[in-house]
Design a protein around this ligand. Structure first.
Ligand code: SF4
Length: 161
């Protein structure tokens, strides 16, 4: 399994979901949405590898910050390499117990249809899904992206028994 790669971390941000969040931006996206606001994130070879040691360091930093409201995964597309992401998500949940948001270009339905992405949903609390549509940008009601993206309470879907 290839290592995930990180192109940026914001230890405290109010721009990536509800409240104050630890945001991690992952390299790599295959969607190529016209008008993408972050094309430099598309190459999965960019950034620094997420080694086991780095993952533990990140989790320790999250767990040590008592004022965080949660963790946000963005990119790129965090679900481009879903097997590796599921393992990281599980580690974040086990080490920090934090609420997790994930911004992805895949729709919820596409995630459910793919076993590895479905497994990622097990560890995600809120999914902001769907490809970016530049023409809808001015209508957007969410934190960023376009108005066709949905903010989905994954836990409320009761996908896992
Ligand atoms: S999913 Fe996001 S990062 Fe990927 S091409 Fe679309 S807007 Fe850009």
């Amino acid at each position: 399994m290839e290592l995930l790669r990180i192109i940026g971390i914001y230890p405290e941000t109010i721009s990536d979901g509800y409240g104050l969040r630890y945001a991690i931006y992952f390299a790599g996206c295959a969607h190529r949405c016209p008008g993408c606001h972050n094309p430099e994130s598309h190459d999965p070879r960019r950034g620094e590898p997420l080694t086991v040691e780095r993952a533990e360091t990140i989790c320790a930093a999250i767990a040590a910050n008592p004022i965080l409201d949660g963790v946000t995964l963005s990119g790129g597309d965090p679900l481009l390499q879903p097997e590796a992401m599921a393992a990281f998500l599980r580690l974040v949940k086990e080490r920090t117990g934090q609420n997790v948001w994930c911004y992805t270009g895949y729709t919820l339905e596409e995630c459910l249809a793919d076993p590895a992405r479905r497994e990622c949903l097990r560890w995600i609390d809120t999914l902001v899904d769907g490809r970016y549509v530049e023409a809808l940008r001015d209508l957007s009601l969410d934190f960023r992206g376009s108005s066709n993206q949905r903010i989905i309470d994954v836990g409320a879907l009761h996908l896992f028994g």
